[in-house]
Design a protein around this ligand. Structure first.
Ligand code: IPE
Ligand code: IPE
Ligand code: MG
Length: 242
């Protein structure tokens, strides 16, 4: 049974396995991404019900541009479809949407929907739903360092500033601009792969990891709860000793 008093504050999910799900069924890849979107809808709802405060999903990485134009275009069309069909309900459920990543360079129709989601939900106070889109952790750290440099040049930071972990943290996508999101307590990756693929390298310093062989489109709230139960059995030490 899940201990309702020890729900992870921030769950981050590497939603993997859409392609294999489609291949197994002899379907085109986009059918897998579409089914993945439906699974994601259920997990947003489940997170809200469970009392997770921050849910982050890895939707598109800085490396995913290497895929075919057809697939990349299809994924952003799906972003449009998702916002058009879900934004009203997200807003009704008091969900606050944030985008982590360099989303302004994706196809314009998708940028428009993303900005509409940000604006519509900006004052909501419920679940914070972070979509990592055109996100890569290395690019995020490079951007943070460049922005620190800029702020020293324009005087918002003093020249003799001592760079600390706290300052770097504030300049990441998870920092000031998105409400200082706490580090993920739990990172889940589906589809049997056990790697980060450039996701939250800085923020995962003390995260717990749960891997499941379930392909993302088959991921259910039941499986999600099972992984949270597993997480609750862990003894988190943060380098200390009890
Ligand atoms: C994850 O599914 C979704 C994205 C990366 C956008 P994949 O498309 O990576 O699925 P597999 O790994 O090929 O099965
Ligand atoms: C990671 O999955 C990115 C997302 C889930 C959006 P990939 O399928 O792109 O990762 P690799 O290539 O297997 O490492
Ligand atoms: Mg994959």
């Amino acid at each position: 049974m899940i201990d309702k008093n020890r729900i992870p504050t921030h769950v981050a999910i590497i939603m993997d396995g859409n392609g294999r799900w489609a291949a197994k069924r002899g379907l085109p890849k986009m059918a897998g991404h579409n089914a993945g979107m439906l699974a994601m809808k259920e997990i947003v709802k489940a997170s809200d019900i469970l009392g997770v405060k921050y849910l982050t999903v890895y939707a598109f990485s800085t490396e995913n541009w290497k895929r075919s134009q057809e697939e990349v275009g299809g994924i952003f069309k799906l972003v449009v479809k998702y916002v058009d069909s879900e934004l009203a309900e997200l807003h009704q459920n008091n969900v606050k949407v944030k985008i982590l990543g360099d989303y302004k360079v994706v196809p314009k129709v998708a940028v428009d929907r993303l900005e509409k989601s940000l604006e519509t939900t900006q004052n909501n106070t419920g679940l914070q739903f972070n979509i990592a889109l055109n996100y890569g952790s290395r690019a995020e750290i490079v951007r943070a360092v460049n922005n620190i440099k800029k702020d020293v040049e324009n005087g918002s930071l003093t020249k003799d500033i001592e760079i600390t972990e706290e300052i770097i943290g504030r300049y990441l996508y998870t920092g000031d601009e998105n409400g200082n999101i706490p580090d993920p307590d739990l990172i889940i990756r589906t589809s049997g792969e056990e790697r980060l693929s450039n996701f939250m390298l800085w923020q995962s310093a003390y995260s717990e990891f749960e891997f499941t062989d379930v392909l993302w489109p088959d991921f259910t709230p039941q499986e999600y709860e099972r992984l949270i139960e597993q997480y609750q059995k862990r003894d988190r030490r943060f380098g200390g000793r009890k």
